[in-house]
Design a binder for this molecule. Sequence first.
Ligand SMILES: NC(=O)C1=CN([C@@H]2O[C@H](COP(=O)(O)OP(=O)(O)OC[C@H]3O[C@@H](n4cnc5c(N)ncnc54)[C@H](O)[C@@H]3O)[C@@H](O)[C@H]2O)C=CC1
Ligand SMILES: O=C(CO)COP(=O)(O)O
Length: 332
Amino acid sequence: MTCKVGVIGAGAWGTALAQSLASDGSDVLLWARESEVVAEINAQHRNSLFLPSAGLSPTIRATGDLAEMAGLSALLLVVPAQFLASIIALLPKGEHDLVLCAKGIEAGTGRLMSDVAAAAAPDAQLAVLSGPTFAHEVAAGLPTAVTLACAGGEAQWDRLAPLIVRHTLRPYYSDDVIGAEIGGAVKNVLAIACGVVEGLNLGQNARAALIARGYAEMLRFGIARGARAETLAGLCGLGDMVLTCNSTSSRNFSLGLAIGQGQSAAAALSGKNSVAEGAATAPVLAELAAREGIDMPIVQAVCRLLKGDAPAGTVVEDMLARPLRAEQEAST
Ligand SMILES: NC(=O)C1=CN([C@@H]2O[C@H](COP(=O)(O)OP(=O)(O)OC[C@H]3O[C@@H](n4cnc5c(N)ncnc54)[C@H](O)[C@@H]3O)[C@@H](O)[C@H]2O)C=CC1
Ligand SMILES: O=C(CO)COP(=O)(O)O
């Protein structure tokens, strides 16, 4: 079978997406940065560094050479957000579909992933794949649904959906690329906050309040940037919050949990192979919100905790002391 789809980035999510694509016998080309990951996938059909739970299909071929991606119809970009610009600059140029799968905002520039990709690959057709998708569940073939937001509208969806859909991976169409990106980027920061609440043993009422008020922050930021509210209410926004704000399988939630239990963010993040995107996104998101006059107190509180400005208990006391306000103002 001819290979049509390439996956760039063999962390947990890129490996799981490759496994899903290969689940019907399709050939998949998977680029890994680490030579030992390339070797292990090709020889043993495993990725013990990033997704140790999964056995991989022999129709996944790993490579360390991005030039091999030339000529493929669609490339799924699954490197962490902070590395997207450097990797995309190395890709063969072309009019292929680039599907952005990282959830984050570029530190230093404040660019969304679609801004990064549009600048580096002006001829490519951009789409965003995002939703509630723990990698180990997708790799195990458990049912999962995602938003596939296509900048090129339905014509692009007609090309891409057949390449991505599988028995247990179900994409839903959207043309709201910005909404899909903002949902995924902001929920990672909110998942850190929910982990802190868990670490402090503040109870389930507090977590539910944080999810609802965090969603109001996501809406305010998203709408100010041109996202549609209904996109954020879907899989890539609220759907992904329901997953990651409630589970220690989330690296972002687990980071917050460690902070709530008294560890510094630096200690909780050190020595890890895996990424907690919210840690890099929170400061740049807070800065963008402040610059644009968008009220995001939970995001600001996460930033204080990541910087180590105050103990978690003090940050929570400050949140509780905020002036009362009307709930519905949150989404206006
Ligand atoms: N793991 C998951 O369940 C999901 C992850 N995502 C998103 O996918 C993106 C990738 O995350 P994971 O696959 O989980 O990563 P991971 O945490 O499993 O692995 C880290 C990745 O970073 C790469 N990396 C490290 N340094 C690099 C550098 N200098 N340049 C380029 N790449 C470098 C590694 O090669 C590896 O692919 C993130 O934006 C994450 O939010 C989205 C949905 C689900
Ligand atoms: O985005 C994810 C699931 O949708 C994965 O979340 P974490 O990056 O917090 O593990």
